[in-house]
Design a protein around this ligand. Structure first.
Ligand SMILES: [Zn+2]
Length: 451
C-alpha cells in the first residue's frame, strides 16, 4: 500500500570465485551475540508470554527467541540475566513532534539536528524506540530519518510526515512558534503541487490538521482535505488527520483517511463512524496525555516528584512548572474547564472503538511544551488502561498495531526472529500492572544498549 523510506540492512553475501578468500567481514558481524536469558517474554504477537525464555540478539536483529531448550545459544555470547524480569518490544509512538521545543518554549530556532537527536535519545531512554514525527518537520529531519547510523549513539528510530497541511490562516499555523510550519493551502492546484513535493521527499505519512480549535480559527475546507487524501493515495502515501469533532471524523474517514491522530472529543463516537472506520480499515490514535497536558499543570502534578520523570528533565523546567504563575496561566485559559471533560470523552471513545474492533495504534503527541517525550508515553499507557484496556491490549497498540499502521511490520513491533532488536527489559511484569513499564532495567535499539 505504501513505500517505506526505511531500507533495512539486509545481509548481502558477496559471490566468491572458487579458491578466493573471503574478505574480512565488517566489524559489526564479528561482535558477539547477546543472550537475554531467563526472562518472561511478551513478544507482542498476541501469543501468551513465555516464561524462562531466551532471546538472542545478533547485530541489529533478533536471531532467535523462544522457550529455554527450544533456542540454541551461540558460543561466546554475552549473557544478560533476565531472571525475574519481563522482556517486551520497544514502544512505537505514532504521534510525536521533534525539535520544536527547548525547555518549555516552542520556537523555530530550536529546530536543529542537535535538538532532534537529543530528543530522540530522550525517547530512547524511556524505551520509546520508534517515533513518527507528525507534520512539523523540515531539514535536517530528512537526513536523520530512519534508525541511528552505526557511528551515532543509539537513539529512537524516526519516521516523518514532513510538513503537514492546514487551511489558510488555520490552526496550528497561527500559534506562536508555529508560523510557517504547516502548509496553508487554499486551492486544489496548491494541494496537488504540495503533495507532489511530499511524495518526492518520500515521507512516511501525510498529516492534515482539521480543527477550528474550539471556534478560534478557520478550518480547512472539506474539498481541500479530500483532495489531499486523494492525491496522497495516488502517490502511495497514507494520511493521518488531527481532528476534534465527530462530524469531521466521519467526513474524513468517508474521504479515505487512513488514521485519526487524536480522539474524537466533542461527542461519543457513533455506529456510523465505527462502521466507516472498520469498512475503510482506518485506525485511531488516542493521544490521551495531550488532553491531560492541557489542564494537569493547574497545580504542580505529583509526577514532578517521580524520579522516573525528573531524572531526565532539566531542574529549571520542573521549577517553572511548580511556580504559581504557571498554574495561573493554565487556569486563565477560557476553555480550561472543558479540558478534563475532553480527556474523559477521549478515554470513553478509545474503549468504545477498541471494543468495536477498530484498529487502535499508540500515540501521545509529545514534543510540544509540557508534553514530555518518554515519560508521557508511559503515562499514556496508564491512561489507556484507566480507559478500560488491559495492560496487554495497551501494549499491543504500541507494538504490533503501531508497526502495522505505520507499515513497518517487516522490521518492527514484535519480538520475532529476523526483526530488529528493539527491546525493553523490565524489572517487573507490565501485564500485571501497567505502571511496571516504568521499571526499566535495560533498553536496546537495533541491538545496541541505550545508556
Ligand atoms: Zn501533534
Amino acid at each position: 500500500m505504501r513505500r517505506s523510506s526505511f531500507i533495512p540492512f539486509l545481509f548481502v553475501l558477496p559471490l566468491l570465485a572458487c579458491g578466493e578468500k573471503p574478505a574480512a567481514p565488517p566489524a559489526s558481524t564479528v561482535s558477539p551475540a547477546v543472550v537475554i536469558d531467563g526472562a518472561q517474554i511478551w513478544d507482542g504477537t498476541g501469543n501468551p508470554p513465555v516464561q524462562d525464555a531466551i532471546l538472542v540478539v545478533k547485530d541489529d536483529r533478533i536471531e532467535a527467541v523462544g522457550a529455554r531448550g527450544a533456542v540454541s545459544v551461540p558460543a561466546g555470547a554475552k549473557t544478560v540475566s533476565g531472571k525475574g524480569k519481563t522482556l517486551i518490544p520497544g514502544l512505537i509512538n505514532m504521534h510525536g513532534h521533534l525539535g520544536m521545543t527547548k525547555g518549555l518554549k516552542m520556537a523555530p530556532e530550536n529546530y536543529s539536528k542537535e535538538n532532534i537527536l537529543a530528543q530522540l535519545k530522550q525517547y530512547a531512554r524511556y524505551g520509546v524506540t520508534t517515533v513518527l514525527s507528525l507534520g512539523t518537520d523540515f531539514e535536517p529531519m530528512f537526513e536523520l530519518r530512519g534508525p541511528a547510523r552505526a557511528e551515532e549513539a543509539p537513539r529512537a528510530t524516526v519516521f516523518t510526515a514532513g510538513r503537514g497541511f492546514t487551511g489558510k490562516h488555520g490552526y496550528p499555523a497561527v500559534l506562536p512558534g508555529n508560523a510557517g510550519i504547516p502548509r496553508e493551502v487554499d486551492s486544489l492546484e496548491e494541494v496537488k503541487a504540495q503533495v507532489e513535493e511530499l511524495a518526492k521527499q518520500k515521507v512516511d505519512m501525510v498529516k492534515i490538521w482539521v480543527d477550528d480549535h474550539l471556534g478560534r480559527y478557520p478550518k480547512i475546507r472539506p474539498e481541500l482535505y479530500r483532495a489531499i487524501i486523494e492525491e496522497a493515495h495516488k502517490h502511495n502515501l497514507r494520511v493521518m488527520a488531527h481532528l476534534f469533532y465527530l462530524e469531521d471524523a466521519k467526513k474524513l474517514v468517508e474521504a479515505g483517511l487512513d488514521g485519526m491522530a487524536h480522539s474524537v472529543r466533542d461527542h461519543e463516537v457513533d455506529e456510523a463512524l465505527i462502521k466507516a472506520l472498520k469498512a475503510k480499515k482506518a485506525f485511531a490514535v488516542a493521544t490521551l496525555t495531550r488532553e491531560e497536558s492541557t489542564f494537569v499543570y493547574a497545580e504542580p502534578p505529583a509526577f514532578l516528584e517521580d524520579p522516573f520523570f525528573n531524572r531526565w528533565v532539566a531542574p529549571e523546567v520542573i521549577a517553572t512548572l511548580k511556580e504559581p504563575a504557571y498554574g495561573k496561566k493554565i487556569k486563565s485559559d477560557p476553555d480550561f474547564l472543558k479540558y478534563p471533560k475532553q480527556l474523559k470523552m477521549g478515554q470513553k471513545n478509545l474503549k468504545k472503538l477498541w471494543d468495536a474492533g477498530v484498529k487502535i495504534a499508540f500515540g501521545t503527541d509529545t514534543g510540544p511544551p509540557g508534553r514530555f517525550q518518554g515519560y508521557f508515553e508511559h503515562r499514556e499507557l496508564e491512561l489507556m488502561v484507566q480507559a478500560g484496556l488491559t495492560p496487554a491490549q495497551a501494549l499491543q497498540t504500541a507494538t504490533l498495531n503501531a508497526a502495522g499502521c505505520l507499515g513497518i511490520s517487516r522490521d518492527f513491533g514484535t519480538l520475532e526472529r529476523g526483526k530488529r532488536a528493539d527491546l525493553i527489559l523490565l524489572d517487573a511484569d507490565p501485564l500485571e500492572d501497567i505502571l511496571n513499564t516504568r521499571k526499566i532495567s535495560q533498553v536496546w535499539i537495533g541491538g545496541r544498549e541505550v545508556n
